[in-house]
Design a protein around this ligand. Structure first.
Ligand code: NBP
Length: 475
């Protein structure tokens, strides 16, 4: 075998990843269940590097140098298991299977354990950046053994995006760590998109700006601290005019957001880990609400303000929204990084959170100047329990106070739904509040279920005899 690595699954992602490898001088074996895709790849792009097309799994594995490095880029779920079952018997101890699909990290843990028994390395790898990223440099989040990373890392770092000479690829941690981090990345992406959507909605309906004017606002924001891929493409989408009607594109698109499931996984996992990720959860729910056409239709006649707030039309409002967006974004990211910390502790992954911020600076959908701030925050205090208390972020949150609260209040008064801003603010206030009404919740729980409570002034658990003389007993 003369191929340093192989890719099976040559739909848009696999094909572009194989081309990226070949363009970097790595001879790459290519295979697809339906051979026509393999043929088309080599015919169209064969001149870009050394491709070794294989018609069968046997031919494919024979083309690979040992230890073999085999990348699977097929549809996540059952197809991935089917492909693993097809190829694993053809491999030898020490060989490596990389799964670059969007697998659930629990599936990756299961597959890694099963293949380890057979002496094979299984490297669940998060890859972000869509088809363009796969071709020109994605953000790559490999899990699996340190030994497999030693053999794979240099090639992956070679094809990853890079920022300031640092590749957007690092060994995340054992078994499912890479896919876990990719999942949280996608959850954060949901939250970020929701906050941007709310900002647009407020500028449109509270300040009365047109989509084209809002595109300009986003372009301006993209020259400052909010500079990011998502802000950049938001301006592009808002500035686009529908060719058929001449209307703003955003006005002819059906307002029902779809989802493929990684946001939902993030929230499900956060619930299991006991991590409050309101920003991500509200973003997933907002898409869900948008899709319930029947509920929305039924609610059309309900009373409330008519989505306008002329008082907000002043020129300062866009600046206030910028501050509210930045503050809410800090909260959403802080929650996502908390989830990474909790997952890392639960599974013993020892994930370096600063390194995650570093590899998300390029290649992936949430790439942003902002991530450099997060990297710096973890550099200053690697063990910090929350990003909110980092000097830079605390200052930005302080500076945003009036604006953030005005924007959230304006949204509420105008009848403009802004669940992302609202949950971010509530989380912020919850954390900084000295005493929460959770004390009352504990009292209720003890009343109806004798669930006991702890006291502020003494150690131990207690129960009050609510149905009797209301004396307190140690539990
Ligand atoms: P798809 O997710 O559309 O999968 C198509 C590929 O899976 C084809 O190569 C197909 O082979 C193969 N396949 C299927 Br389906 N069932 C198979 C089976 N039982 N045995 C062998 N091969 C099978 O491709 P994609 O959009 O390129 O995405 C690939 C992976 O990358 C997915 O896990 C996706 O979630 C992930 N991802 C995608 C993006 C993105 O932007 N699209 C970004 C990041 C990650 P065939 O040609 O013979 O039907």
């Amino acid at each position: 075998g003369g191929a340093r690595i192989g890719v099976t699954g040559l739909a848009v992602m696999g094909r572009n990843l194989a081309r990226n490898l070949a363009r970097h001088g790595h001879p790459v074996a290519v295979h697809n269940r339906t051979p026509a895709r393999t043929k088309a790849l080599v015919e169209e792009f064969g001149h870009e590097g050394t491709f070794l097309p294989a018609r069968s799994p046997e031919e494919f594995t024979a083309a690979l140098e040992r230890p073999r490095r085999l990348v699977i880029m097929v549809k996540a779920g059952e197809p991935t298991d089917a492909v693993i079952e097809e190829f694993a018997p053809l491999l030898e101890p020490g060989d490596m299977i990389v799964d670059g699909g969007n697998a659930h990290y629990a599936d990756t843990r299961r597959r890694e354990a099963a293949l380890r028994e057979r002496g094979l390395h299984f490297v669940g790898t998060g890859i972000s950046g869509g088809e363009e990223g796969a071709l020109h440099g994605p953000s790559i989040m490999p899990g699996g053994s340190a030994e497999s990373y030693a053999a794979l890392g240099p090639m992956l770092e070679d094809i990853a995006a890079s920022v300031g000479g640092t590749p957007c690829c690092v060994h995340v941690g054992p078994d499912g760590a890479g896919h876990f981090v990719k999942m949280v990345h996608n959850g954060i992406e949901y939250a970020d998109m929701q906050l941007i959507a709310e900002s647009y909605d407020l500028l449109r309906h509270a300040a009365g700006l047109s989509p084209a004017e809002i595109a300009e606002v986003f372009r301006t924001w993209n020259t400052g601290r909010l500079e990011s891929y998502l802000i950049e493409i938001t301006a592009e989408v808002l500035a686009h005019t529908d060719a058929a009607t001449g209307e703003p594109f955003v006005d002819v698109v059906l307002d029902q957001a779809e989802q493929k499931g990684t946001g939902r996984w993030t929230v499900q996992t956060a619930l299991d880990l006991g991590v409050p990720v309101g920003g991500i959860a509200e973003a997933v729910f907002a898409r869900s609400v948008s899709g319930h056409a029947d509920l929305r239709e039924a609610a059309q006649g309900l009373p409330g303000p008519a989505r306008s707030a002329p008082a907000a039309a002043g020129s300062g409002f866009a600046d206030a929204v910028e501050k509210a967006l930045y503050a809410s974004k800090i909260v959403a990211y802080a929650q996502g990084f908390h989830q990474i910390q909790a997952g890392s502790a639960e599974y013993g992954w020892d994930i370096d959170r600063g390194a995650m911020a570093t590899i998300w600076r390029g290649g992936c959908i949430i790439r942003a100047r902002f991530l450099d701030r997060i990297r710096a925050a973890y550099e200053a205090d690697p063990a910090t329990p929350t990003l909110l208390t980092d000097d830079h972020f605390a200052e930005a949150l302080g500076d945003a106070q009036d604006a953030w609260r005005d924007v959230a209040a304006t949204a509420a008064r105008a009848g403009i739904p802004a669940p992302g801003f609202a949950t971010a603010l509530a989380y912020y206030d919850s954390l900084r509040t000295r005493r929460l009404p959770a004390a009352l919740t504990q009292g209720q729980r003890d009343f109806f279920g004798a669930h006991t409570y702890r006291r502020t002034d003494r150690e131990g658990s207690f129960h009050t005899l609510w149905g009797g003389d209301r004396t307190e007993r140690p539990a």
